[in-house]
Design a protein around this ligand. Structure first.
Ligand SMILES: [Zn+2]
Length: 259
């Protein structure tokens, strides 16, 4: 019985580490606290978790070279509060500065930047799954821009998570990658967590966001699906690449990475 309990703790620690990086460590500290004091684990964990999230990790990460992206800034904000709450919105100071600069520039056009997964706070090489490359603070996923049925630009996004609702269900890369056996290529369709808004892809404003990133020297690469690159008239920009079949399809978000 005791062995089962230990095993469950280990599974829970691994789960927390995979999804939040520091959550597993917070659970270990919780266990030590509760052993000494007989307190209720769930209360101790929630308290420690919130204190870490709001007060301990941000300054510590900054010391080690990563900053938290803004949370309550209207022009540059997370798709929902789970991103900051799960420690998934950390980037290098350069990437933070780039996004802030673009967000100020795009404000004139009434466009706000919404970010999705970025990186965890610590340690180069620790991946933020399921993203293969979000492991060094230099990568961030950005939502497309959408418009209402009446045609006005909106901050609303089609899905709850920001992933998994594609501009064109049918697309050549998707077909050919799946055919080659890369079954994970459209896996993000299971990660939308509900289609909550009926909005249309705004090609013009999404292009403005991409051009604003491209105008900054720090930008190294941007991934979007090849058909979108063509349809948006961005064929001449060689910083916009195809991410390859080993990744997932990029017609639900923009992947941005800096040098
Ligand atoms: Zn990405």
């Amino acid at each position: 019985m005791k062995l089962v309990k230990i095993l469950l703790h280990i599974i829970w620690i691994i789960f927390l580490t995979i999804f939040t990086q520091v959550g597993g460590l917070i659970w270990i500290v919780t266990l030590l606290f509760c052993k000494a004091k007989q307190w209720k684990k769930r209360y101790v964990f929630s308290t420690l978790y919130l204190i870490s999230n709001l007060l301990i990790v941000p300054p510590l990460a900054k010391q080690l070279g990563r900053e938290q992206l803004p949370i309550l800034n209207d022009n540059l904000k997370p798709r929902n509060l789970f991103y900051p709450l799960l420690f998934r919105n950390y980037v290098t100071p350069d990437l933070n500065a780039l996004l802030k600069k673009s967000s100020i520039e795009l404000k004139k056009d009434n466009i706000n930047i919404t970010y999705l997964d970025a990186n965890f706070p610590f340690y180069n090489g620790f991946p933020l799954l399921p993203h293969r490359s979000h492991n060094d603070g230099k990568k961030v996923d950005i939502s497309f821009i959408y418009k209402t049925k009446e045609g006005s630009t909106t901050d609303k996004k089609p899905g709850l998570s920001g992933y998994g609702i594609f501009v064109n269900e049918e697309n050549y890369s998707n077909k050919s990658c799946l055919k080659k056996g890369y079954w994970q290529y459209d896996f993000t369709k299971y990660l939308a967590f509900g289609e909550i808004n009926t909005v249309d892809f705004d090609a013009i404003d999404t292009k403005k966001v991409i051009l604003s990133f491209l105008s900054q020297n720090e930008t190294q690469k941007i991934f979007i699906e090849p058909y979108l690159k063509q349809n948006l008239g961005l064929g001449n920009y060689n910083k916009i690449r195809f991410q390859g079949c080993k990744a997932v399809r990029h017609d639900d978000h923009i992947h941005l990475q800096v040098k």
